[in-house]
Design a protein around this ligand. Structure first.
Ligand code: KIV
Length: 290
């Protein structure tokens, strides 16, 4: 279903998006899992621009300004070079384009691992400059102290365990995690540590399904799977992957559309019409008034 977004010109320049609904809140997301049960799974997608946020917002509980933007938008080889400035700029655009979903911003590599204080300064900057409600950071037990530190200072945190792309140089690649007993035990222990530290939700990425299910049962907060299990408390995908912007996608992505194919066909039509001088036609040109 496509959404035609009507800009309300009576709203201020600072808030160009009309607010017909109250925005969901972090506590409302956390409360969706009650005594280990999430009746209605949480829907999360990535968003990096205002227009993308406008189109996704109404249909999602959460919009994630993922550091995957490094690869998807900037063509970088990994998420490692992504900066706080990139996250703040795209985060602000997504908040401007949304009024319903909780907007969560990824903390980029190098902006939070040094100490809880460093994490607070980076997260505070992201929330101040964007108006987003929460941050996401990668890592398990090693990040628990930081999650508690941020939470106690007013910054809700989403955790991220399993395949953590910022650690690609330690993991040695993007293969699914949890195949050995020691890896599986660590993923479960990491998720429990984040849960106890106060994470309001935890992304489980690229983990064999039985371990994703075990983690989901082991933690009180909702889990959000990507390459994990339909039995997680919610799901997330990179929007461009799901829409079919890229030919090559990981096994866990379902390509719901072929947007790359639609774009290519459309550009071929445009180029043909320019070359044949059929574009611009009378409807797209200005003539002197009689
Ligand atoms: O950066 C990102 O988009 C993510 C999701 C894939 C969970 O972390």
């Amino acid at each position: 279903m496509s959404t035609t977004f009507q800009l309300d010109t009576s709203t201020s320049r600072a808030n160009p998006t009309p607010q017909p609904m109250r925005r969901l809140t972090v506590p409302k997301i956390r409360e969706r899992k009650q005594d280990g049960v999430t009746a209605e799974p949480l829907v999360m997608l990535t968003a990096y621009t205002a227009r993308q946020a406008q189109l996704l917002d109404e249909h999602c509980d959460l919009l994630l300004v993922g550091d995957s933007l490094g690869q998807v938008i900037y063509g970088l080889p990994s998420t490692i070079p992504v900066t706080l400035e990139m996250m703040a700029n795209h985060g602000a655009a997504v908040v401007r384009g949304s009024y319903h979903a909780v907007v969560v911003i990824d903390m980029p590599f190098g902006s939070y691992e040094g100490s809880p204080q460093q994490a607070f300064e980076s997260a505070a900057l992201l929330l101040k400059q964007t108006g987003a409600a929460a941050v996401k950071l990668e890592g398990g037990a090693a990040m628990a102290e930081t999650v508690a530190f941020l939470n106690q200072r007013g910054i809700p945190v989403m955790g991220h365990v399993g395949l953590t792309p910022q650690a690609v140089n330690v993991l040695g690649g993007y293969a699914a995690r949890g195949r050995s007993d020691s890896e599986a035990d660590k993923i479960v222990a990491d998720a429990k540590a984040l849960d106890q530290a106060g994470a309001f939700a935890i992304v489980i990425e690229g983990v064999i399904e039985p371990i994703a299910i075990e983690v989901t049962k082991a933690v009180a907060c909702p889990t959000i799977g990507i390459g994990a299990s339909a039995r997680c408390d919610g799901q997330v995908l990179v929007t461009e992957d799901m829409l079919g912007m890229f030919e090559r996608v990981p096994r866990f992505v379902k390509r719901y559309e072929d947007i790359a194919g639609i774009i290519e066909k459309t550009v071929i039509r445009y180029a043909g019409e320019v070359r044949s001088r059929d574009f611009p036609g009378p409807e797209q040109t200005y003539q002197p008034k009689d």
